[in-house]
Design a protein around this ligand. Sequence first.
Ligand SMILES: Cc1cc2nc3c(=O)[nH]c(=O)nc-3n(C[C@H](O)[C@H](O)[C@H](O)COP(=O)(O)O)c2cc1C
Ligand code: SF4
Length: 431
Amino acid sequence: MAVFVNGVIFEGVDTAAPDCWRLEAYMARGGYQALKKILDNKIPQEDVIAEVKNSGLRGRGGAGFPTGLKWSFMPRSFPGDKYVVCNTDEGEPGTFKDRDIIIYNPHALIEGMIIAGYAMGCKAGYNYIHGEIFEAYELFEEALDEARKAGLLGQNILGTDFSFDLFAHHGYGAYICGEETALLESLEGKKGQPRFKPPFPASFGLYGKPTTINNTESFASVPFIIRDGGQKFLEAGKPNNGGTKLFSISGHVNRPGNYEIPLGTPFATLLEMAGGMKDGKKLKAVIPGGSSAPVLPGEVMMELTMDYDSISKAGSMLGSGAVIVMNEDVCMVKALERLAYFYHEESCGQCTPCREGTGWLYKVIHRIANGEGRDGDLELLESVGNNMAGRTICALADAAVFPVRSFTKHFRNEFEHLIKHKKALVDHKWC
Ligand SMILES: Cc1cc2nc3c(=O)[nH]c(=O)nc-3n(C[C@H](O)[C@H](O)[C@H](O)COP(=O)(O)O)c2cc1C
Ligand code: SF4
């Protein structure tokens, strides 16, 4: 997937150059200067965390939780092992940004994780990589090797008394292993199913030890923050929404791909960067933050800026930054049917409301899409959703309900038409 860049992670990365990911190329772009700055000046751990807090960096994995604040939850005086874990599971439909960070700029992630290890007093870290991007996993292993040989990982990093090592682990492609506690279970060699929370990973994480989990893009933003200062990162975005962010655009645009742009950029600008609507068709709807983010009508999106606050005010989520663009030909019932099938397939089955509810959502939407919908089906969908959201161990159930609620709210006429006339209002051309 091509990367079109304009921000802090891909600053100076020539993605067309085959060796852009290598240590030498990263060093030439100012790589590992942030780590050197910390080690040369013996910057206290709390100052590193304070800088990350000042940057306004919010977690890029979906929830947008402030990264610096999360780091400050790590118990400082814990006597045993503590871990940093990176989430490169990236299974959310529409999201394909983290693999490009690993493919084109893996040392930004490695440096970010080393800095995180330093700031939180950890001796080891793990990167959990989605099982279906094996080439990215192999490349990351090679980048780790380069860093070890250069004395940037392992014992006494760059001749100091700071030691930290980092390991890569690949999963097998289950979406649920992106949920942080399922990821930890899987990393421990167990079945990848979410844990009850509390306790949270900050107190009971990997192997029962304090652990901080962040998304790939969150860690990869850290070297810039430490090298150039949190304030500069903050100013690259907008208040409460610091920095630049990668958006994965897919669907009916001329140039789908990843675009790193300042948070607060108008959606209309992003759409233009992606070459505009394919075949000059009309914009109908956008899922702005990955398949679990509520869908918004095109005309609403055209008025919004791409940042956490603006999208949430409009009733959706910036999520992972996966922007799925749909044109006027899309049958919204058929589109929702596909999403509902995904969540039904990916439920881990631990909680009854999710295991059964995702099946019911799919079954009812499937029959509506196939002209077999019944009176009362929309009310049934609402009732099933109400019995799922907020009643399960993890947020997958909510993620399955949000699209159903938003599709049936904004595009209700298409569902009603299909139930009544047994024929789609919009032809199923898209599928
Ligand atoms: C079902 C489910 C799937 C998730 N998948 C991912 C994922 O693929 N990548 C990711 O970074 N976070 C994913 N998350 C969010 C993680 O649980 C966690 O919040 C995140 O990795 C924290 O990193 P951040 O604070 O840097 O965003 C998922 C959450 C849920 C409930
Ligand atoms: S909500 Fe669904 S995916 Fe999450 S733990 Fe329960 S059954 Fe598993």
